[in-house]
Design a protein around this ligand. Structure first.
Ligand SMILES: C[S@@+](CC[C@H](N)C(=O)[O-])C[C@H]1O[C@@H](n2cnc3c(N)ncnc32)[C@H](O)[C@@H]1O
Length: 237
């Protein structure tokens, strides 16, 4: 762990594009965060569970019997919420999840420790899924380098790869939900998604920290590969 100029210990929170925080500040934040306390009371692995809960309460995305892909799932808050909503523990629905990090078992969730950017990841996920998905959700946050432009490109690259994967596995009518960071760099992705989905918007749940540029891209009503290809062919005629 590095020390800052005052000699205080610092923690480097690299994921999520967050800035370096001194350990004292980080601890204060955790202690004063009502979502952290609530997550402990409700048995959620992370405060992130409330972001998905809020988005789902508003847009009614997760329903019993659905098949869900959770990318960047650890420590497991989103998986817990999704498993409960789709009925994964009793076999009504299905949740498959991956992360670079290990994740403790969540009842009903099939997990693999895997880098989503590894060329083998899409195939592995398809095997785990064993069919189409109703929702592909990604709370992945690329590791940051500190170089703004590089970080933005990495973040957008990760979301674009997730969107490409979603377009391969989603059933018609399906949903893609992904964490993005406000930068303007995702404008071309938005244009692409608007072709493939009936509705595309940004959402910022209250549980997402106000001082963070984090927000979520919500694309609903996937038109399906066939419809999209037909539209593209018509445009080139
Ligand atoms: C904000 S956390 C996810 C929190 C989770 N949604 C929850 O509710 O507990 C972001 C996660 O993305 C994972 N991640 C980042 N890049 C990844 C990649 N290339 N492949 C898989 N997971 C990745 C990180 O390891 C981290 O656990």
């Amino acid at each position: 762990m590095a020390k800052d100029t005052t000699g205080r210990m610092r923690v480097t929170v690299k994921s999520g594009g967050r800035m370096k925080l001194s350990s004292k500040l980080w601890l204060e934040r955790q202690l004063n965060d009502p979502y952290v306390a609530q997550a402990k009371r409700d048995g959620y692995r992370s405060r992130a569970a409330y972001k998905l809960t809020e988005i789902d309460d508003k847009f009614r995305l997760l329903k019993s019997g659905m098949a869900v892909v959770d990318l960047g799932a650890a420590p497991g808050g989103w998986s817990q919420v999704a498993a409960k909503k789709v009925g994964a523990a009793d076999g009504r629905g299905k949740v498959v999840a991956i992360d670079l990090l290990e994740m403790g078992e969540v009842p009903g969730v099939t997990f693999a420790q895997l880098d989503f950017l590894d060329p083998s990841a899409p195939e592995r996920l398809r095997e785990m899924l064993g069919g189409g998905a109703d929702i592909v959700m990604s709370d992945m946050a690329a590791n940051t380098t500190g170089h703004r432009k590089t970080d933005q490109l990495r973040i957008v690259g990760l979301v674009e790869t997730a969107a490409m994967f979603a377009s391969e596995v989603l059933k018609p009518g399906g949903t893609f939900l992904a964490k993005v960071f406000q930068s303007g760099a995702d404008a071309s992705l938005m244009t692409e998604l608007k072709r493939d989905y009936a509705s595309v918007k940004h959402v910022k749940p209250a549980a997402s920290r106000k001082d963070s540029s984090e927000r979520y891209l919500l694309a609903t009503g996937f038109r399906g590969g066939a419809a999209r290809d037909a539209e593209a062919a018509a445009e080139t005629e």
